[in-house]
Structure formats: structure tokens, C-alpha cells
Design a binder for this molecule. Structure first.
Ligand SMILES: [Zn+2]
Length: 491
């Protein structure tokens, strides 16, 4: 028995003007068949699990590419062709495989291909028509017919923040094994919920919905139940949330359950979404709160393809005269270079952030002391560790501490700040450039977390987002999308 494994992951913000090129993969994570020799991260954890389980069974394992880039704009044609081509070439070189398991993101868009993962799966299928093909996807994917047509099994993370990549990989392995043995016959169906938004799964109605999906998987004949949340900042035809149900040999059951669960999710739309607070309201709330407040700078989450150097929220905090707060991680390689050259302890006047484009706002000219510089640090996202690049701790007047780096990455964990010496427990507030992934670890140090609807490349006002390629109406752009007809096909 031969198992072929690979991962390719980036999430494309089609509104972002910064291309995703090979340099984005090289600086974040790029291995050519050796990823399982490194500690696992979110997107390589599956490779570790699949290899270990296969080796326990005495199978041959062929490990191909593992390539991960922080989200940005469209992936260049050259980059996509090289990375996808490497997976296909490795598959050809080993003479094909009995089972092929891929950990893909599901929201990668290239200059010339809108559905990259559907393209990869279709090419894998064409090359290995008899293989059992399984794919694990990030729930922020655009789930497409092409992906489902080309694969035997698709399973998505259920949790956001994503802390269930491991169980997802285990489930996919076991189902693919059974399918290859002929013990099960997977049938997949999806249902468009007509919703474009973000859904945190750790509390309230969304937590209950995830529990219900898991419970449904225990029913006879049901193999897997997933919800693709979709990735809102992508103008692609298949953007939006979709239910996915996999049954054993029963297409009608899969379609019925996908529709039933998808409609239920739509009915819960107000309960499963979060209210995002305008900046002024958020800062006023901090004034009335004792202890550490955490502000999510939602509009500038590089994890969603925003530049990571926006100054909108930081400017507002400074203009308001706030003191004793921390803010980060601000992506500004030029400032990092200047600080490295000046050295720890230097006093500088620097032009910080706001450099990538209009979405990033205006640069800030500040007088700062270089408190510390750290190279090669990481931060935890679940069990895995993600890179941080070179970190610089800048201190402004009034005990304001800024964390700046040279690698676009969102904040996952307080250790990003603590490692350089910024003591969050002594601060009145910390602003983190992140959407939700920070939530679990920061809720351990604060009971006042505010999701701030700041401007930027990942601003969360989905009512106004310009999704021109989606032909099917969606909430919240319209109140009742199921009452409206899809737009005529564009030519
Ligand atoms: Zn995701």
C-alpha cells in the first residue's frame, strides 16, 4: 500500500494589491518532502499524523511538497504553476499511489485560476483515476463542485480558531482507509447557505452548531459533516458558507442533510455572527474597564491578507491620549532594519506603518526607544508553533509599547509580546492585529475582549463588500437572499 501526502496553503484576499509569490512561501514555510522532519504547524500537522498512521500499518509513504504562505493578494502564475506542478511531478515520479491525502487551504486564487484547489484535485484525479483521494481543508475555503467531483472525501476543520486540524486529519485518514478497502462508499453533497461572514466557534450558538455537526456524524450512514465558513475577502464565484455532508453510499441522504443543516445555519445567522464595535465606541469602553482590555484590530489582519501595517486603530489610541498600552504586530521591515542598525537602547524618530497603500492609513512619525530586538522567535497556534520573523520592541512616551516585525503574521498568542519583554499584565490595553485566532490564549489573561471594526484590508463590514463574481444573493448584502433570484450568468 502506498500513501502520497502533500500540503499547499495560502488564503487569497483578492482585494489585496500585494501579490503572493514564491518569496511568501520561502519566508513562511517551504519544504520539498521533508516537512515531517520539522515540528508540526497548523497546515503540516496532518502530514505528521498521516505518515505516523501509515507507517504503523506498514505502508510506503511518499511525502511531497509542504508550502505555506501568509495570505496576501493573487498568487502569481509562476508561483502557482511551480508549486502545483511539483506535487503532480512527485506523484508521477513515484508511479502514483493507492491513497492520496492532501492538506490544502481551499481559498487560494491565482492570477489565472480562481479555484486552485479544485484545479489541483482535478489534475491529481486525472493522473491517478483509481486512487482514493482525500482532502482536508481549512474552513475558510471556497467549497466548489470541482473539488468534490475530483475527490472521494473532503473534510473541513470545524473549529475557528482552528485547533482541530489533528482530529480532522485522523478522521480523513480512517475514512480514506475504509473507502480504499471497500468498507464504505462515500457520497458527498453541499448546500449554499447564502451567507458571507465570520463565525467564531468557541461560544454560544456557533459552539452549539459545531456540537450538532459532530453529533450528526454519529448517526447511521453519516460519515462526516462540515461547514465551510468561506473566506469573505475574495471576489470569486463560490465565496460564502456551505454545508458539506458525506454519507455512506446514500446521495439523497447527503443532499437532504446538507440542505437541512444549511438552512438551520441560515436561520441562526444573527446568533452565530459577532457584533464588531466601531473604534470610538471600543476605546470609550476601555476607559470604563479595569484591568487589561484586548482590542482586535480586525481590519488589518495579515492572516486574512491585509498588509499588517495599518495605523487606523493605533492613531485613534494615540489621538485619544491613551497611555500604558501595547500594540502589534506592525509589519514594517524598513523600521526593523533601521532599529537593527541603530541597536538596542537607541532613541529614534521613525516613520512607522501606513506604507503599503491606502488601506493602511497614514504613517505615524514617532519618537521611540529601541527596547529589544529578537530574532527567530515563534508563537503558538494550538499545539504548533508559527514563525514571527525579527521582532522589535519600541517604547514611546507614556509607557506605550509597540511590537514591530519584518514578517507578515497575525497575533496568535500573548507570548508574541511577552518574549521580547512587554509585560501585558501591567498594561491597560493591548491592540492585536488579528481576527479571532488570538481569542483563546488572550482570554486567559483578559476578560474584556473587543472585536473592533477598524478600516483596512480585512474590514468586517460584509454588507458593503464588493463581491461581483458571486451570482447568488447573500446575507448580509440582502436581508432575504433565498427570496431573490440569482443574477443572470455573465459572459
Ligand atoms: Zn482559516
Amino acid at each position: 500500500m502506498k500513501l502520497f501526502i502533500a500540503t499547499l496553503s495560502t488564503e487569497t484576499n483578492t482585494f489585496c494589491t500585494m501579490p503572493t509569490a514564491m518569496s511568501g512561501f520561502e519566508e513562511y514555510f517551504l519544504r520539498h518532502g521533508t516537512a515531517t522532519q520539522d515540528p508540526p504547524n497548523l497546515m503540516t500537522e496532518a502530514l505528521h499524523i498521516w505518515r505516523a498512521r501509515a507507517e504503523d500499518l506498514g505502508w510506503e509513504v511518499v511525502e511531497s511538497l509542504a508550502a505555506i504562505a501568509e495570505p496576501a493578494g493573487l498568487t502569481t502564475r509562476a508561483c502557482y504553476d511551480a508549486l502545483s506542478g511539483e506535487i503532480l511531478a512527485d506523484l508521477a515520479a513515484c508511479g502514483g499511489a493507492d491513497i492520496i491525502l492532501l492538506q490544502l487551504h481551499g481559498a487560494m486564487v491565482a492570477e489565472h485560476i480562481e479555484d486552485c484547489e479544485g484545479d489541483i484535485l482535478a489534475r491529481v484525479r486525472a493522473q491517478c483515476p483509481q486512487a482514493t483521494i482525500g482532502v482536508s481543508l481549512d474552513l475558510h475555503c471556497h467549497l466548489t463542485e470541482k473539488m468534490l467531483d475530483a475527490s472521494d472525501l473532503a473534510i473541513l476543520f470545524k473549529e475557528y480558531p482552528h485547533d482541530d486540524a489533528g482530529p480532522c486529519a485522523v478522521a480523513l485518514f480512517d475514512l480514506a482507509h475504509k473507502a480504499h478497502q471497500g468498507l464504505i462508499s462515500p457520497r458527498m453533497a453541499m448546500y449554499d447557505t447564502r451567507m458571507v461572514n465570520l463565525y467564531l466557534t468557541k461560544t454560544g450558538a456557533m459552539q452549539d452548531f459545531v456540537s450538532d455537526m459532530t453529533a450528526l456524524e454519529a448517526q447511521p450512514g453519516v460519515l462526516s459533516v462540515s461547514l465551510s465558513h468561506g473566506f469573505p475577502w475574495a471576489d470569486v464565484a463560490d465565496v460564502g458558507a456551505r454545508m458539506l455532508v458525506v454519507t455512506d453510499g446514500n446521495q439523497a441522504l447527503a443532499e437532504g442533510l446538507a440542505q437541512q443543516m444549511g438552512q438551520r445555519f441560515f436561520d441562526l445567522r444573527n446568533a452565530v455572527t459577532t457584533r464588531y464595535v466601531p473604534i470610538t465606541e471600543a476605546l470609550t469602553a476601555i476607559d470604563q474597564t479595569a484591568g487589561l482590555s484586548v482590542l482586535a484590530d480586525m481590519g488589518d489582519n495579515s492572516g486574512g491578507g491585509a498588509p499588517g501595517d495599518a495605523t487606523h486603530l493605533l492613531s485613534a489610541m494615540l489621538d485619544r491620549g491613551m497611555t500604558n498600552f501595547a500594540s502589534g504586530i506592525i509589519w514594517d521591515p524598513g523600521v526593523v532594519r533601521i532599529c537593527q542598525d541603530a541597536g538596542i537602547g537607541s532613541q529614534l524618530v521613525i516613520r512607522l506603518g501606513g506604507k503599503t497603500g491606502v488601506v493602511s492609513g497614514t504613517p505615524l512619525d514617532v519618537a521611540a526607544k529601541v527596547m529589544n530586538i529578537c530574532v527567530g522567535m515563534g508563537q503558538h497556534l494550538g499545539e504548533g508553533e508559527e514563525p514571527l520573523g525579527t521582532l522589535v520592541w519600541l517604547r514611546l512616551a507614556n509607557d506605550i509599547d509597540l511590537l514591530v516585525n519584518d514578517l507578515r503574521v497575525q497575533v496568535y498568542h500573548p507570548e508574541a509580546f511577552e518574549q521580547v519583554g512587554i509585560r501585558l499584565s501591567e498594561k491597560s490595553a493591548v491592540a492585536v492585529k488579528s481576527l479571532f485566532h488570538f481569542y483563546g490564549p488572550f482570554s486567559q489573561i483578559s476578560n474584556h475582549i473587543v472585536q473592533v471594526a477598524s478600516p483596512g484590508g480585512t474590514q468586517p463590514e460584509f454588507r458593503n463588500i464588493q463581491l461581483k463574481k458571486r451570482r447568488v444573493p447573500f446575507w448580509p448584502a440582502v436581508d432575504q437572499p433565498f427570496d431573490e433570484e440569482p443574477a443572470a450568468c455573465l459572459t
